[in-house]
Design a protein around this ligand. Structure first.
Ligand code: NAD
Length: 388
């Protein structure tokens, strides 16, 4: 067995109703005045109270920041930091999808490190630990509550990139499935396929190891078993719990083993056209799976099994191929568009997109099949035209 290391940096609290423990968590981390970065949809869905009431009841003064854009730009992290600094905040709570959580994570480290968010894009550029941070995911998608990454669009260059450093690992993740029942079907679909993609790409990653494999497979099993139900019956708490647990597993797996070509190819779609991260991944996933298949037939066959499909007949290759078809059907069943054409991506930009995708270094390096720029162009072209 190859050598490996792994780290569990984040305490995890999971269950319906655990959001009531938020004030105790703040106190335990010695926070006195949190910045509460909250997705604006929480107020609209009547969920913001679930965070505000317990804080108010226990007399914790907090500062509310609701200027959260989907696929946030770096400037939003600077703005949140400015407000937190002005108000003397000494800890940060991020409540929402990846967009809110990433703003919160970046703010926590910007409060103690000089400069602007743009200075820290890259790997291990953050010099000092931040203030304590608690993440409360309200979509079942990114797994950002347990990762060392905060992803932003650079407004100037229109490129997407992460602030990646161990200091970004949240101290605590509070996962309450009841906060996810209001997520609309299409967002449930694309965040759910995002989580599935994290688990799948981590499982076949060249940096995969025993711990990431365990989490990834369980994530694949939970998400492929419950996404359809969460999509069709948003108030089904059991399905929502499975999804939130699955996305947590996906986050743990990706933080350990990284992701692959789907993510590299999705980044330019976010940076250039602001296509939501999960949706970009979901449209590309079936095409990239077919391409990657030969890179690791045994692992793709194991994915087939984890998706609950029959692998008892046929060859290893046939078993592996079933995973691609099962993933394609899962995407189709939850209304994911079949092609980039459906997302109104200009076809003429494909070479530019491929060039950018090849610069997303770690996912390209982790991919189970070594890829060239021409192959990425061919994959985008296939994804543009669709399967018919
Ligand atoms: P998001 O945070 O943008 O949320 C998607 C939509 O769902 C938004 O319109 C939001 O308002 C709404 N929403 C959120 N919670 C809701 C609720 N409970 N009820 C109703 N509506 C709700 O999307 P996301 O996919 O969760 O996050 C995407 C961002 O995360 C991207 O910027 C992506 O690059 C980043 N990301 C980060 C990591 C990481 O490890 N840090 C990993 C993957 C992706």
């Amino acid at each position: 067995m190859a050598s490996f290391s792994f780290k569990l940096a984040t305490s995890i609290r999971f269950g319906v109703g655990v959001i009531d423990e938020l004030p105790d968590a703040v106190k335990k981390l010695k926070g006195t005045k949190p910045l509460l970065v909250a997705d604006p949809s929480l107020r609209k869905a009547g969920l913001l109270n679930k965070l505000e009431e317990p804080l108010k009841k226990t007399g914790i003064l907090y500062v509310l920041f609701e200027e959260v854009d989907p696929e946030p730009g770096l400037k939003l992290a600077d703005r949140a930091t400015e407000i937190a600094r002005k108000n003397g905040c000494d800890c940060v709570i991020g409540a929402g999808g990846g967009s809110a959580m990433d703003i919160a994570k970046a703010t926590a480290v910007l409060l103690t490190n000089k400069g602007k968010a743009v200075d820290y894009v890259g790997l291990n550029k953050v010099e000092k630990p931040g203030v304590p941070k608690i993440m409360v995911p309200t979509t079942a998608g990114t797994g950002s509550e347990v990762t060392f990454t905060a992803v932003f669009i650079n407004e100037k260059t229109k490129s997407k990139g992460g602030i990646n450093a161990d200091f970004l690992y949240p101290e605590l993740a509070i996962l309450d499935p009841a906060l996810t029942t209001s997520v609309p079907p299409l967002v449930t679909a694309y965040t759910g396929i995002d989580a599935f993609t994290h688990a799948l790409e981590a499982f076949v990653s060249r940096a995969a190891q025993p711990f990431s494999d365990l989490w990834a497979l369980e994530g694949i099993r939970l998400i492929s078993g419950s996404l359809r139900r969460a999509y069709c019956q948003g108030d089904d708490l059991e399905a929502r719990s499975d999804m939130l647990f699955g996305s947590l597993y996906g986050g743990l797996a990706l933080a350990t083993a990284g992701v692959g070509l789907v993510h590299a190819m999705a980044y330019p779609l976010g940076g250039l056209y602001r296509i939501p991260h999960g949706l970009a991944n979901a449209v590309l996933l079936p095409y990239v799976m077919v391409y990657n298949l030969v890179g690791d037939l045994p692992k793709f066959a194991t994915i087939t099994e984890a998706m609950g499909e029959d692998v008892s007949h046929g060859s290893l290759r046939e078993a592996a191929e079933i995973a691609c078809e099962a993933a394609r059907l899962l995407c189709a069943d939850v209304g994911i568009p079949e092609s980039l054409k459906d997302l109104n991506i200009p076809k003429k930009d494909i070479p530019k997109m491929a060039k950018i995708a090849m610069t997303v270094a770690r996912p390209i390096a982790n991919n189970p099949r070594t890829v060239t720029v021409d192959e990425v162009i061919a994959l985008y072209e296939m994804a543009y035209e669709g399967l018919d």
